[in-house]
Ligand binder design. Structure first.
Ligand SMILES: [Zn+2]
Length: 489
């Protein structure tokens, strides 16, 4: 096998000594061979220095073309180093000091800045040559911080739209285990398997970053003209600087997943103010970058989206909802409850039978709304004072001492919920069974269920799991389960 790596002059200067050998090793390995050498070809670009050669119009300069026996077989998209590494190479040349290499220096934007160039590579070559495999190569793993949750999602998004990440073995997935509570991700199988899985992850990330709400996905229950429940998915995104590219990657991922599942997704665009360093000159983002809009068009992604006032309403929704709930003395906020459950990142399927069909998949309150409503101040206080409940109440809230507020926060806490199909939900709410608050095992209400042998038979038939999965059993959930258990004992 003869291996040729072809790249642009700017890439060659920056990457040659660092990455070509590694890339060659990995390509040979894919073909079960050890590295027996390779040729390089350089495409000369105009421009007097590396940075000026970057991204000339119409050229996809962040790529390496891989020929096997003179046949173009792979195209490698390189992660962004538009600034840092080029700068370093140039500084070394002219003997200047470079700030490159500081830990966390380019943090989260490491992957997404300039990813539009990779999109273009992807689109151009996938359309014209369906037999070419698109690879992604991360160029500065040692210096940057690609192991965090945000980037883990980026790798999974890239895999979902069709990139194979060549050096993913270099990434430590310990933070993934943190999100997924001990789950192990198959590095050869990174793609998201369902829109639900993706939404849950994106909510985990956005809840962890409340101060600066990143782009995020929410779900709402909607009803069609026949009164049937239809989940509505809304992706609220921002487009300031590199956020544009991350939003685009996210939207493409959503688009691919939704298409497979025949789901309708709406995209809502958030205008933002920026330039806060100079308070006099605050500007507002008005639209997505032109290059992104044209990519949407090329990909056939529907870019209909609403702006400003609507988005602000969405962001204020939860606040308005609380005020309305308090006025109507209504603890239940199904939308908040459901999104809080999703933000735990747990799997969206019935805990007892694995049912994933959305029309009949429901979010069940563990500590039921009716019982919670009846609970007295003393009971609520003793639950809230538990150490595990510390972050349940927002101590900066003006309502923090209010009983209704405390009950509202408990009622709609993600930890007070489990996913159940409508059959299991109905039986659970009628106290035919509950769960042991220590180990999550089903406790049957024998008196009630055994009275009705056909119901018992049906229950046994549909119940394939008799214990709540580990990922569900948080400390808060255990406390809520104990409150529900009282109904049967
Ligand atoms: Zn079920």
């Amino acid at each position: 096998m003869k291996l040729t790596l072809e790249t642009y002059s700017c890439n060659y200067e920056t990457y040659n000594k660092w990455y070509f050998e590694d890339i060659a090793d990995r390509i040979y390995k894919k073909h079960n061979s050890k590295n027996i050498g390779y040729d390089t070809k350089v495409i000369k670009l105009d421009g007097k220095n590396i940075q000026s050669q970057r991204s000339p119009s119409g050229i996809w300069s962040r790529s390496i073309f891989v020929y096997l026996d003179d046949k173009l077989t792979y195209i490698i998209a390189l992660s962004n180093t538009n600034y840092d590494e080029d700068k370093l190479v140039e500084c070394n040349k002219i003997g200047k000091k470079s700030t490159y290499g500081v830990h966390n220096y380019h943090a989260n934007t490491y992957l997404v800045q300039g990813i539009n160039k990779n999109f273009e590579i992807y689109h151009k070559y996938k359309q014209e040559h369906s037999n070419i495999t698109l690879l992604f190569y991360m160029t500065d793993i040692e210096q940057s911080y690609p192991h965090n949750k945000f980037n883990l999602m980026c790798y999974r998004k890239l895999a979902t739209i069709g990139f194979e990440i060549l050096n993913i073995d270099k990434i430590d997935f310990y933070e993934f285990k943190e999100i997924k509570k001990g789950a192990i991700l198959n590095k050869n199988n990174l793609h998201y398997t369902s829109l639900n899985e993706f939404i849950n992850d994106s909510l985990v990330i956005s809840r962890n970053n409340k101060g600066n709400i990143p782009s995020y996905m929410n779900t709402f229950d909607d009803y069609n003209s026949n009164g049937e429940k239809q989940t509505k998915y809304i992706y609220i995104f921002k487009a300031l600087g590199a956020q544009t590219y991350d939003s685009f990657l996210t939207m493409w991922t959503i688009y691919e997943l939704a298409k497979k599942e025949n789901k309708n997704v709406e995209f809502l665009f958030s205008k933002e103010q920026y330039n806060f360093n100079d308070r006099k000159n605050i500007k507002t983002t008005k639209n997505l970058a032109g290059s992104i809009i044209s990519l949407f068009k090329t990909l056939g992604i529907d870019i209909k989206y609403e702006t400003s006032d609507e988005i602000r309403q969405e962001l204020n929704r939860q606040k308005d909802q609380f005020n309305r709930a308090k006025k109507n003395n209504e603890l239940r906020n199904q939308e908040l409850f459901k999104n809080n459950m999703r933000a735990r990142g747990i799997q969206t399927k019935c805990c007892l039978c694995g049912c994933e069909i959305e029309n009949i998949l429901e979010e069940a309150h563990i500590w039921g709304i009716a019982e919670l409503k009846k609970a007295d101040t003393k009971t609520i206080r003793s639950v809230i004072s538990n150490k595990a409940m510390q972050d349940l109440i927002d101590i900066t809230s003006e309502h923090k001492d209010d009983d209704f507020y405390k009950k509202y926060m408990i009622a709609n806490s993600g930890d007070n919920g489990i996913w159940l199909c409508s059959n299991h939900h109905g039986l659970f709410d009628s106290h035919y069974f509950c769960f042991d608050s220590e180990n999550g095992k089903i406790i049957i209400n024998t008196q009630k269920l055994q009275e009705n042998s056909s119901l018992m038979e049906f229950f046994n038939k549909i119940t394939t799991n008799r214990q709540l999965p580990n990922e569900v059993m948080s400390e808060k959930t255990k406390i809520f389960l104990s409150k529900n258990q009282i109904n049967i004992e």
